[in-house]
Design a protein around this ligand. Structure first.
Ligand SMILES: C[S@@+](CC[C@H](N)C(=O)[O-])C[C@H]1O[C@@H](n2cnc3c(N)ncnc32)[C@H](O)[C@@H]1O
Length: 352
């Protein structure tokens, strides 16, 4: 679906949901709330659930949906309160157990999280996300920055990745990077290329025609399976990018790495390996979420999204250290977060 069509669809949905709040049936209001939740407009979704609860204070559907919106917007105490109440009225609601489990997990109250996630898995054994959260809660792994966590996340999200990113979050990393490459490396062809953290292959699709051999690699098996379907990569591999490069004897004419550094805190090892694998004069094209200069540190982990932001001065220092000269550092939001553009940079450097 193209951007204009998506915008039009969003406008129509907004109109429908607005009319539902003013006089819609209970079902219409629950559906409108769920649609807003899907668009990550959680506070607005809660208004619809509240309007149902004002009329039917014991409507458990409105309660568990409201609890889910609270969890998604990081209001864990409020989520626990309403979901407890919901489960007191009706004990066998799988999404209520799932969400209260997530809320407890976020608060690091792991025994409570495990109890509810186990009950959710019992009620809905097909929910792989419940299983994932249960496994990681049991393993005590709540570090969302860990490679293992990111891998699990993408293994489970691969099927909905493009709908989510392109549809709801207006993701345009590969598109912006492609424009920059055309602008700054016009008519250039790259014989040997690797796309690090290739995901479902959105970048591969853009650059296929200017590459000789194009390899893709990613941490997540499921993302690589999705990338295979695009039929643009000559080879695909599953590994963490630094592990992969450490064992890779090849050198490249271009390395791309779009929307991946958000998952890596210290970029030094990545820059060192990438630089080693670039031929003289070769291109490294990557993106980052930009950390404002007013921060004291070079790197900041967003406590809500668990993504890393890096200062431009930090990556410039690393580029300098590893012999990479800047061609362009372009600033543009590459996606939305809660409806707001996320300040980002697309960077192209050349190996000296
Ligand atoms: C937001 S997606 C971006 C995918 C693709 N580059 C794009 O622009 O559409 C991030 C991808 O990076 C991968 N990833 C995260 N950390 C990684 C790492 N250390 N090594 C390799 N891939 C990683 C994830 O599995 C995921 O597929």
């Amino acid at each position: 679906m193209n951007r204009a069509l998506r915008r039009q669809q969003k406008k129509m949905q907004a109109k429908q949901t607005k009319s539902a709040l003013h006089g819609g049936t209970v079902m219409e209001r629950l559906n409108a709330g769920a649609a807003l939740h899907k668009q990550r407009k959680y506070a607005e979704a809660v208004k619809y659930y509240d309007s149902v609860l004002a009329e039917q204070p014991e409507n458990t559907d409105a309660m568990f949906l409201k609890g889910a919106s609270f969890v998604a917007s990081n209001h864990y105490d409020k989520a626990i309160e309403i979901l407890k109440h919901c489960l007191n009225l009706k004990e066998d609601i799988a999404p209520a157990h799932h969400n209260i489990g997530l809320a407890y997990k976020e608060k690091n109250m792991l025994p409570q999280a495990i109890e509810h996630l186990e009950r959710a898995a019992e009620l809905d054994p097909s929910n792989s996300l419940t299983k994932f959260h249960l496994e990681t809660a049991k393993a005590g792994n709540t570090d969302k920055s860990s490679t293992e966590y990111v891998k699990n996340l993408y293994d489970r999200a691969a099927g909905v990745f493009e709908d989510n990113l392109l549809g709801h979050l207006d993701y345009k990393g590969p598109e912006v990077m492609w424009k920059l490459l055309q602008q700054h490396c016009p008519d250039q062809r790259f014989e040997n290329v690797i796309d690090l953290g290739c995901g479902t292959g959105l970048m591969g699709v853009k650059i296929r025609d200017i590459c000789g051999t194009l390899k893709g690699m990613d941490l997540s098996d499921s993302m690589v399976e999705e990338a295979k379907k695009k039929k643009v990569y000559d080879e695909l591999h599953v590994a963490s990018l630094t592990d992969y490069l450490e064992n890779d004897g090849n050198t490249y004419d271009m390395i791309t790495c779009v929307d991946v550094f958000i998952y890596i805190k210290d970029l030094e090892a990545a820059f060192e390996e990438i630089s080693k694998h670039l031929k003289t004069g070769a291109i490294f094209a990557y993106s980052l979420e930009k950390l404002d200069d007013k921060h004291d540190d070079d790197i900041w982990v967003d406590p809500k999204t668990h993504r890393h932001k890096h200062k431009q001065s930090y990556v410039r220092m690393l580029a300098d250290k590893y012999g990479l000269e800047e061609i362009v550092m372009h600033e543009e939001a590459l996606r939305l977060e809660h409806g707001k553009p996320v300040p980002s940079s697309c960077v192209i450097v050349r190996k000296k």
